[in-house]
Design a protein around this ligand. Structure first.
Ligand SMILES: [Zn+2]
Length: 318
């Protein structure tokens, strides 16, 4: 079934009307503390979100995952939770532990690993349907709290700084890497942000997918991983002919400060939203402590280096 922004909002309201504890979490999110900061002209934010402790603190090793009942599988979901079936075997759900004021999870109906190569085109089809929403992907080692169950997420535009400030700060600075023609669709380098990124601009899911496959095969894969580490943020609007997709290659799942002990620890476990400039901290001490310098350091540490970018670019152009 196809899904519009309006029907997603109606579904959201219906779910909250019969699911008290989740309704309360969304209400609590309205009063959540956010600190805004600037790093050069890049704007970032920190959100203090105590309800996210389970996700941020989650152990994600294979043995732990095997033991826990998968929270994205239909049979393990709360009885109040319903879903809208989507094309391609996906299910559209309200996220019961929100970061965004309307936060959706879009798992596949089958329990299968989080892998993007063959499912990116599905993601693009979802973006094409859900105009005016941000759709995002966390790789299995890049912020996914269910790396064993294929899923995307979605939420409103205008909240994650990288997307919110797109037209003002990032779109004018894009530098073209590859294109089949002199027309707008193609692959571009993200400039002026805290870490390197690739931007795919396409008119259709298929056109975007062809460009993504080129990028995917040029990205390095770490020895024990199933795919190149990355986050993806994608959107289109009613008055745009194009889908914009930002791919942020990752070098690390969690920053070094996550693993420090005692007062030295900073509990952030970045996914697409954090890498997009809104860091989520479940603990107050981390919320208070994070400053522009630390945030810049965390995003740079978890993103990829300019050396890796050069290697990827060479492969793309070869
Ligand atoms: Zn599952």
């Amino acid at each position: 079934m196809s899904l519009s922004y309006d029907s997603a909002i109606s579904f959201f309201n219906a779910e909250l009307s019969r699911w008290t504890e989740v309704c309360q979490r969304y209400e609590a999110l309205k009063g959540v503390n956010i600190r805004s900061m600037k790093i050069g002209d890049v704007r970032v934010g920190v959100q203090w979100n105590p309800a996210r402790i389970q996700s941020t603190g989650a152990k994600l090793d294979a043995a732990t995952l095997k033991k826990r009942p998968c929270f994205l599988c239909g049979q393990n979901r709360p009885s109040q939770q319903s879903f809208i079936p989507l094309e391609g075997g996906y299910e559209f759900l309200v996220n019961p532990f929100p970061i965004l004021p309307r936060h959706f999870t879009i798992p596949h109906s089958q329990h299968r690993p989080q892998l993007i190569k063959d499912t990116y085109v599905d993601m693009m089809r979802i973006v094409g349907q859900m105009k005016n929403m941000l759709v995002f992907y966390n790789g299995p080692k890049s912020g996914a709290s269910a790396p064993d169950h294929l899923h995307f997420q979605a939420g409103p535009l205008g909240i994650v700084p990288l997307q919110r400030d797109w037209n003002e700060l990032y779109s004018p600075r894009l530098s073209r890497i590859f294109s089949d023609s002199n027309d707008i669709p193609g692959m571009y380098a993200l400039k002026g942000y805290l870490c390197p990124g690739y931007v795919i601009i396409s008119r259709s899911a298929e056109e975007g997918n062809a460009l993504f496959q080129k990028l995917y095969s040029a990205m390095p894969v770490q020895e024990t991983d199933t795919e190149p580490q990355m986050n993806i943020l994608s959107w289109t609007t009613d008055n745009s002919d194009y889908i914009t997709t930002v791919v942020l290659p990752r070098s690390k799942h969690r920053p070094e400060c996550y693993f420090r002990e005692g007062d030295e620890q900073i509990m952030v476990s970045p996914g697409a939203i954090d890498m997009g400039g809104l860091l989520i901290t479940p603990r107050e001490q981390d919320f208070r402590r994070l400053n522009p310098e630390l945030i810049d350091g965390i995003i740079k540490e978890c993103g990829c280096s300019e050396d890796v970018v050069m290697q990827i670019n060479e492969k793309i152009k070869a």
